[in-house]
Design a protein around this ligand. Structure first.
Ligand code: SF4
Ligand code: SF4
Length: 81
């Protein structure tokens, strides 16, 4: 986890529940397009979304790359001296 170059920020208010993030994560790490296997879980409840990461999440930033709605964004971590 400490090897990650990114921090992933979450803004649930902008989330549409499209699940592109989970599709991208599951495809990358399991080879299957199945959000249930992703390291990010989006729970849609009415007009609100809750976004959670599993312990396996390594903050690679791929889910943020695949979010078109800026509900997920990534920032590069400062280089550790
Ligand atoms: S940061 Fe990487 S490992 Fe974590 S949920 Fe997003 S795509 Fe998956
Ligand atoms: S976080 Fe982004 S990619 Fe994931 S469900 Fe919400 S809007 Fe879609």
């Amino acid at each position: 986890m400490s090897k990650s170059k990114y921090d992933v920020q979450v803004n649930p208010d902008l989330c549409t529940g499209c699940l592109r993030c989970g599709l991208a994560c599951s495809e990358l790490y399991t080879g299957a397009f199945n959000p249930l296997l992703a390291r990010i879980h989006v729970k849609v409840s009415g007009a609100t979304c809750e976004i959670l990461f599993t312990e396996e999440c390594n903050a690679c930033g791929v889910c943020a790359d695949n979010c078109f709605f800026e509900a997920l964004t990534k920032t590069r971590k400062e280089a550790q001296a």
